[in-house]
Design a protein around this ligand. Structure first.
Ligand code: ATP
Ligand code: SF4
Ligand code: MG
Length: 360
């Protein structure tokens, strides 16, 4: 383990689910390729926002990053320690699994789900502190909880500490969930659709609070949203990165402002087109795709998975899968043959309805 080691490092991670059809004896067993070939490093004090359509594998990827979903292939490491190897009994890891668990926290979409309806806010917040910071006495524990409630704007904190979850609004529940995660003094917080269930007016408020807490505690954030405007707000304000998922693959990743200013993957352009505040050009009434329907992750398209919808797809894209390649200085990467100025793609026949210069 070295100090420069990323907090979390994912290497060539696949997560495939076997779906045996449940109780239906005639159903064929299927493999859902939720995540395929994902590489992602999250260093300290980093903010990464992941965006993509429903079912593109965002939640599965996020859970894998915080050690809650075991990869089918590839590795997930915490500061250089393989997370799943650390979990094995008698493994003698450099970082104990309990330490990894404490360091990787999650905030769910439904802020109520992490709160016991029969416990006051204070009891809910005290439980993990008792487990992971057992050296704290009851008074120190209470002081820490009250200080954090105040920190997230729940004042007077004594009043909120005594309340039950049903006595809190959605935004307040999400603040308690944030406090609960932060009390663990984590290195990384996964916020999975953490603002999606909130009223539009509250979303910015909770995102601003996350940004503020992130800056104050230097905690890294992996923020997941199906909504590019939320992902953009968070990533751009944090000076962080934006990642785009399509059918289980991380097809583009780079500094948020660069990815949005100069998207390299045609699918990122589709997301941008669909986000009114970011629309590419005036008057583009039709989405820049040949096909609206999203293919099934049980049987993803051959070659580049976006070829069935991509307006620039060629025969080459139908048979060959592009690697993630660097744009410019190397931190911005995307999986599309068009990034290379030369190559077989440019000499290949466009697919029906596609064109090499579709946007001209
Ligand atoms: N436990 C599971 N068993 C079988 N299939 C699963 C399981 N979890 C997820 N999937 C499938 O994996 C794919 C990716 O799901 P995931 O929840 O990661 O997508 P998502 O991008 O988070 O979607 P959403 O925006 O709707 O939350 C989907 O096809 C989903 O049905
Ligand atoms: S590799 Fe081909 S099909 Fe895939 S996104 Fe690029 S141009 Fe489109
Ligand atoms: Mg999800």
């Amino acid at each position: 383990m070295s100090a420069d080691e990323p907090v979390v490092s994912m290497r060539d991670v696949d997560i495939h689910f076997e779906d045996d059809g449940g109780l239906n004896p005639f159903a064929e067993s299927k493999t859902v390729r939720a995540v395929d070939g994902v590489d992602l490093d999250i260093p300290e004090n980093d903010v990464v926002a992941i965006v993509g359509e429903s079912g593109s594998g965002k939640t599965t990827l996020g859970k894998a990053a915080v050690g809650l979903q075991r990869p089918s292939a590839g590795t997930v490491s915490f500061r250089g320690q393989d997370v799943w190897a650390a979990k094995k009994r008698f493994s003698n890891p450099t970082i104990p699994y309990s330490e990894i668990r404490r360091s990787l926290q999650i905030i769910h979409q439904d802020p109520g789900s992490s709160l016991n309806p029969h416990q006051t806010v204070e009891s809910s917040l005290a439980a993990p502190l008792k487990k992971y910071q057992s050296e704290l006495g009851p008074e120190d524990r209470e002081a820490r909880i009250l200080a954090m409630l105040e920190r997230v704007g729940m004042t007077p904190p004594h009043d909120y500490a005594r309340r039950y979850p049903h006595q809190l609004s959605g935004g307040e529940k999400q603040r308690v969930a944030l406090v609960r995660a932060l009390l663990m003094n984590p290195d990384l917080i996964l916020a999975d659709e953490a603002v999606s269930a909130l009223d539009v007016s509250l979303r910015v408020e909770v995102m601003d609070l996350m940004l503020d807490l992130q800056a104050q505690f230097d905690t890294s954030f992996l923020f997941i949203s199906h909504d590019l405007s939320n992902a953009r707000y968070l990533a751009e304000h944090a000076g962080g990165r934006l990642g785009v998922m399509y059918l289980g693959e991380l097809v583009e990743l780079g500094d948020a402002d660069e990815v949005l200013r100069d998207p390299q993957h045609p699918y990122t352009k589709v997301l941008k087109w669909a986000t009114p505040s970011l629309s590419l050009e005036e008057g583009a009434a039709e989405p820049p795709v040949r096909e609206i329907d999203i293919p099934d992750p049980v049987d993803p398209p051959s070659g580049c998975r976006f070829h069935t919808r991509c307006p620039y797809a060629t025969e080459h894209c139908r048979t060959e899968a592009p690697d993630r390649r660097s744009v410019g200085d190397g931190t911005h990467r995307a999986s599309c043959f068009r990034i290379e100025e030369d190559g077989d793609y440019w000499h290949s026949e466009p697919l029906e309805g596609a064109s090499l210069d579709a946007d001209e």
